[in-house]
Design a protein around this ligand. Structure first.
Ligand SMILES: Cc1ncc(COP(=O)(O)O)c(C=O)c1O
Length: 375
């Protein structure tokens, strides 16, 4: 059985929209059935479901080479980052948050919400399809508390020079939050090797599961000094202590969790991550590089306007092309059985482990038929 056979959608569509939502596998479908069976057969197996939360924590930790105690299991990136924001103090001299213009809006919005608590948000603007490291160097200084960057931009597929930005930030004593939603599952992300302070992501896209499950990694040395005010019973040292007289946060990153975990999504998330790991992230990276290479080459040969950088070191699994009628183009492709998406005026094409070169041929044929929408 080839990996593509795990994804029934390919029997009738070319799926190229993993930056938005991974395709449904038979594995994830079965995991939802397992959830319903457990519920039906066992009644209310909360011990099992709390164990499932731990399984998700271990799966995330394994994926990014972290200790499970450094991982909070959350229902969205927004929930994790909001809990983190609630633990940061913006009252003193060090109150600056440096945010790239390539961020997913939710992250930037959360930092702007901290302005009421004293935060000064500074944006690092793009220069065309890149944000040069020098721009970060200009923005990060001794007053910077946090640098909040995306690993790969959801808008155009550009990959930031995370290593260089981390070095700049740490030299000035600032912390770094990396939003790896658009990279997890597409190439190895090692929180320890990166020496990143915080890292967030979720399972919806290249981790092949569905809505409701995400995580926040917090470097363990930082945990004792971070006391979130966004809390819940699942963030307590003892979840089932049921103490109404005190807030006793967990000593681990679980203190960034909240209420009842998203049980069905835990089943699906673990199944999606297992499928990725059964193939291996390094192999997936090489495969995606071949497919994105063919997309770029085919687009440039036909004179289409490539927005993503040409150099594979500067883009992720997402390749974008400029279109002056992008909604219509997405519709035309859909009519041709090809699923893509758009942001700004960019057509977003995001292959994954399940795509092959025949998908690129079909895409190029369809784009050529509608090239008046592209050039
Ligand atoms: C880079 C990035 N961050 C975050 C999110 C989503 O965040 P949340 O889980 O809060 O919806 C997305 C996509 O939906 C994304 O592309």
């Amino acid at each position: 059985m080839s990996i593509r056979d795990h994804f029934p959608i390919f029997q009738h569509k070319v799926y190229l929209n993993s930056c938005s939502q991974g395709a449904l596998s038979t594995d994830v479908q079965r995991s939802y059935e397992a959830y319903l069976n457990d519920w039906d057969e066992k009644g209310s197996p909360w011990e099992l479901w709390v164990e499932r939360n731990e399984a998700a924590r271990h799966a995330f930790a394994g994926l990014i080479n972290a200790d499970p105690n450094e991982v909070a299991v959350t229902t969205s990136v927004s929930a994790g980052v909001s809990a983190l924001a609630s633990a940061l103090d913006f009252g003193g001299e060090r109150n600056k948050v440096v945010v790239s213009d390539f961020e997913f809006p939710t992250v930037a919005q959360i930092w702007h919400a901290q302005e009421r608590r004293g935060a000064k948000v500074v944006h690092v603007p793009a220069a065309g399809n890149l944000i040069p490291v020098e721009r970060f160097a200009e923005a990060i200084d001794e007053r910077t508390k946090l640098v909040s960057i995306t690993h790969v931009s959801f808008r155009n597929g550009t990959r930031l020079d995370v290593g260089a930005i981390l070095e700049l930030a740490h030299r000035k004593g600032a912390l770094v939050l990396l939003d790896s939603y658009q990279t997890l599952g597409t190439f190895p992300v090692d929180a320890k090797a990166l020496k990143v302070d915080f890292l967030a992501g979720g399972v919806l896209k290249y981790l092949l599961a569905s809505a409701g499950l995400a995580f926040l990694y917090v470097r363990k040395e930082l945990l004792p000094d971070l006391q979130p005010t966004s809390m819940g019973w699942f963030s307590q040292a003892s979840i089932f202590a049921m103490d109404v007289y005190a807030n006793t946060p967990s000593p681990t990153a679980r203190r960034f969790e909240s209420g009842t975990p998203p049980v069905p999504s835990l089943y699906a998330g673990v199944a999606g991550i297992k499928l990725i790991q059964s193939v291996g992230v390094e192999r997936i990276e090489a495969h995606i590089r071949e497919i994105t290479g063919a997309i770029k080459e085919g687009a440039m040969r036909r004179g289409f306007n490539l927005v993503s950088p040409v150099n594979p070191a500067h883009h992720g699994a997402l390749i974008t092309l400029r279109s002056h009628k992008v909604d219509l183009l997405v519709k035309r492709l859909e009519e041709g059985g090809i699923i893509t998406s758009s942001r700004d005026n960019n057509l977003r094409i995001s292959p994954h482990l399940y795509n092959d070169l025949s998908d690129v041929d079909r895409l190029m044929d369809c784009l050529t038929r509608h090239k008046e929408l592209l050039v």
